[in-house]
Structure formats: structure tokens, C-alpha cells
Design a protein around this ligand. Structure first.
Ligand code: ATP
Ligand code: MG
Length: 407
């Protein structure tokens, strides 16, 4: 007598009709019913996440407070972003409020190299309660050319939203290096060739709000041709770029340097406001500028701010090196003058805070090489001289007097 074939207690399909059947003593469930149940559960979790988001809407001040942990200075840009984010959350919940339709205001971040634009974008993604994607304008190409097309930015946001289209349509996209797609125009020394304009044209429609078919790459169903209709009306776009040479130096007339002028005022650097005309002159098409109404400027970092960057953020460079030495039981110190020297070197290199890491690495490499084999080394202190010339010795302190003598 053969045992009857198992049937799924949920959908009634026979074992032979499905891939896998899971059984307890009395009931059975097939793989397909498990998938269905699991997706229902996931939807519920997402729903809970969304309502949690509404409850803990961070105020602009809280957002700035959070950003302060990672980014030194740049208060103006932080405030602009915080307000934009806060409004974005509100708009998502109430696209129309008291019969007023709330429109988004995309943002442009402009600031010299190494002043924290990309860092701001990345830090934002840590507090975002909505899906957030970062894209690089330099990787974008006009439709039909090799490279990423504009829609790929949207697929990235969709992925960040775990393929929940509703959620993705309320996300935020940061497009970095937007100045690199300036067309070569009146000031033909900058920007790339004409195709940059093509990319700008391509971005226009999604910036403003359009319905675009987006491929669902890497979706669980794994069919590469699957697309979904993506409405970008409520997606907030933040664009960032260095725009080298954009701001004419109006404060120090004698200086022949074009760029972000330095007029120190209570530690901050004052700059001339960037206007739409200057951006057009740079090679950004007027239609594009019209779709990014908010411009926030980041400032060239001062020496004091560079020193702060070295030691204050949660993952400050100095803290990282101290952690590395601590693992070997060695205490690492920097004399204040050494930090000053690092900051000055970075300023001289003209690459903003981006230069700090390589300067510290250069100074620390010989020490990272030699210190682990020094017996009973308790601490070392980096002096200005070590920064000036890494062949100079730092100050060593040993655990016992004898080791001191040996060294
Ligand atoms: N304001 C800042 N506070 C803390 N760290 C900073 C700041 N600005 C820059 N840095 C440091 O410098 C590095 C480079 O900065 P970032 O990538 O944000 O520059 P950027 O403005 O995007 O420059 P670019 O125009 O060249 O892309 C960061 O990873 C960070 O370590
Ligand atoms: Mg950058």
C-alpha cells in the first residue's frame, strides 16, 4: 500500500507540483507558500519602519548636531541641507497641505576640493530615514553611449529601498562631481566635451519629475528585462561640485589666484555668493540650474579647522592611528605644533582636508615599520620636526629605565 502524496495545507498543490515541501506531523507547506508568507511579513516590517520614521522625524537642529560629529565647519551648507531634509520628510507625508501643493527644492553644493562635499553626502546617508543613493556624474553618459545612463541612478535608489518602489519614489539622490559635466562653452578651459551637455539634458527630466522605466537589476526574481515605472516627482536631488574657478576673487584684488577667496573673519572664510549667471558661464545649461533652486556654499577650510579635522570627528585620523598603535600596546601622541604643521602642509598642497591623510601617512610609515619591534616601548610623541622630515626621530618613552638606556 503506497502512502498518499503530500499536499500543501495552504494551496493544495501536490508534492510533485512544487520544488520543496516542508512537513510537520500533520501539516505540510510548499516552498511557494513560504515565499508568499515571507513577502507579506516583509511588507509589514516595511510598513512599521515607515511609521517609525514619521514618529522620530529629526528636527533641522538635530540633523546639524548629527552632522557635526563627522564634519567640521561648513555650518551654512549643513543648515541648508538640514532644512531641505526636514522639508522633504514633511512633504513626503503631506504632498498637499491645506490645498497647497508642496514642491521640492533640489540643492546644489558648491565648494573647493577637499572641503567636505562628498563627506556630507555620505554622512547624510547615515541618518536618512528614507532611501538614499549617491551617484557620480562623471560615470554618466548620454543614452546610447557606453557607460551608465541616467536611469541607472534611479535603479540604485530602488536598490537602496530594497526594491520597494513606493519607498524609492520618496528617496534622496546625491549626484557628485556635477561640475564635471559642464559643457565647454564660453570658458572652454573647463568641463568636458559636448557630451556633458547631453548628460545634463538627460538629467533634466528626472530632476523635475518624470515617469521613467527603470530596470530592476538584481531583483530576487532575477529576470534582467523586468522594469518598473519610477515617478521622480518626489525624489530630492542634491548635486555637488567643486566648480574650480567659479567664484571670482573679489576680496584680495592683488592676488592672481581665482577661486575661493580667503578673507579670514573670526576663523571663517568669506566668499562671494555664487549666482546662476556664473554657473551658466561655467557650462551648466540654464534649464538645469532652474531645477536646482537652492545653492549652498562650502568654504575653504582654515588651518584651525584642519587641526580639528585631524582630531575631533568620531573617526578622526589621529584617533585611527592611535588605535593602530594601541593594539601594539603603544601610546601615540602628537604635539600641538606637529598638528599645526600637518594642517599647514595640507593647505600648501591646495587639496583641502584631502591632503591630511597622505601627510600623516608619510610621517607615520617609518614609525609603523620600526615601533612594533621595539621592546617595552610605552609611548611615542610626534613632533613638528617629524612632520617636516619623517627621517627625524620622535620622542620615545620606554617602560623601564634599562630599555631607555639600551635604545
Ligand atoms: N569639513 C570637513 N570635516 C571633516 N573632514 C573633512 C572635511 N572636509 C574634508 N574632510 C576630509 O577630507 C576628505 C575629502 O573630503 P571630501 O571627499 O568630502 O571632499 P570634496 O569636497 O568632495 O572634494 P572634491 O571636490 O575633490 O570631490 C574626507 O574624506 C574627510 O576625511
Ligand atoms: Mg567629492
Amino acid at each position: 500500500m503506497s502512502t498518499p502524496e503530500k499536499t500543501c495545507s495552504f494551496c493544495g498543490r501536490k508534492q510533485s507540483e512544487v520544488k520543496k515541501m516542508f512537513s510537520s506531523e500533520t501539516t505540510h507547506i510548499c516552498n511557494e507558500c513560504i515565499t508568499t508568507c515571507s513577502s507579506i511579513l516583509q511588507k509589514e516590517v516595511r510598513f512599521e519602519q515607515r511609521s517609525a520614521m514619521q514618529q522620530q522625524l529629526p528636527t533641522p537642529e538635530k540633523i546639524v548636531e548629527f552632522l557635526d560629529k563627522y564634519i567640521i565647519g561648513q555650518l551654512d551648507a549643513k543648515k541648508v541641507l538640514a532644512v531641505a531634509l526636514y522639508n522633504h520628510y514633511k512633504r513626503i507625508e503631506n504632498p498637499v497641505y491645506n490645498n497647497v501643493e508642496l514642491e521640492k527644492s533640489n540643492i546644489l553644493l558648491v565648494g573647493p576640493t577637499g572641503s567636505g562635499k562628498t563627506l556630507l553626502a555620505k554622512s547624510l546617508s547615515k541618518i536618512m530615514q528614507v532611501p538614499f543613493a549617491v551617484a557620480d556624474a562623471t560615470a554618466l553618459t548620454e543614452a546610447g553611449y557606453v557607460g551608465e545612463d541616467v536611469e541607472s541612478i534611479l535603479s540604485r535608489l530602488l536598490a537602496a529601498a530594497n526594491y520597494d518602489i513606493e519607498l524609492a519614489q520618496r528617496g534622496i539622490i546625491y549626484i557628485d562631481e556635477i561640475d564635471k559635466i559642464a559643457r565647454k562653452g564660453e570658458s572652454s578651459t573647463m568641463g568636458r566635451d559636448v557630451s556633458g551637455e547631453g548628460v545634463q539634458q538627460g538629467l533634466l527630466k528626472i530632476l523635475e519629475g518624470a515617469e521613467v522605466y527603470v530596470p530592476v537589476k538584481g531583483s530576487r526574481k532575477n529576470s534582467t528585462t523586468e522594469t518598473v515605472l519610477f515617478n521622480t516627482s518626489h525624489v530630492l536631488f542634491v548635486c555637488g561640485g567643486a566648480f574650480v574657478g567659479l567664484v571670482p576673487d573679489s576680496h584680495t584684488k592683488k592676488s592672481n589666484k581665482v577661486g575661493f577667496s580667503k578673507t579670514a573673519e573670526k576663523g571663517e572664510v568669506k566668499e562671494k555668493k555664487i549666482d546662476a549667471k556664473a554657473l551658466v558661464h561655467y557650462g551648466i545649461i540654464p534649464e538645469f540650474i532652474g531645477r536646482i533652486p537652492v545653492v549652498a556654499q562650502l568654504r575653504e577650510l582654515t588651518k584651525e579647522q584642519m587641526v580639528q579635522i585631524l582630531q575631533e570627528p568620531d573617526n578622526a585620523l589621529i584617533k585611527q592611528f592611535q588605535a593602530l598603535f594601541d593594539m601594539d600596546g603603544i601610546e601615540l601622541n602628537f604635539e600641538p605644533k606637529a598638528l599645526d604643521a600637518v594642517a599647514q602642509k595640507a593647505i600648501d598642497r591646495g587639496v583641502g582636508a584631502r591632503g591630511l591623510r597622505s601627510i600623516i601617512e608619510e610621517a607615520m610609515l617609518p614609525l609603523q615599520f620600526s615601533c612594533p619591534s621595539k621592546k617595552n616601548l610605552q609611548s611615542l610623541t610626534i613632533t613638528e620636526a617629524v612632520i617636516e622630515d619623517p627621517t627625524n626621530e620622535p620622542i620615545y618613552v620606554y617602560k623601564t629605565k634599562e630599555d631607555h638606556a639600551e635604545a
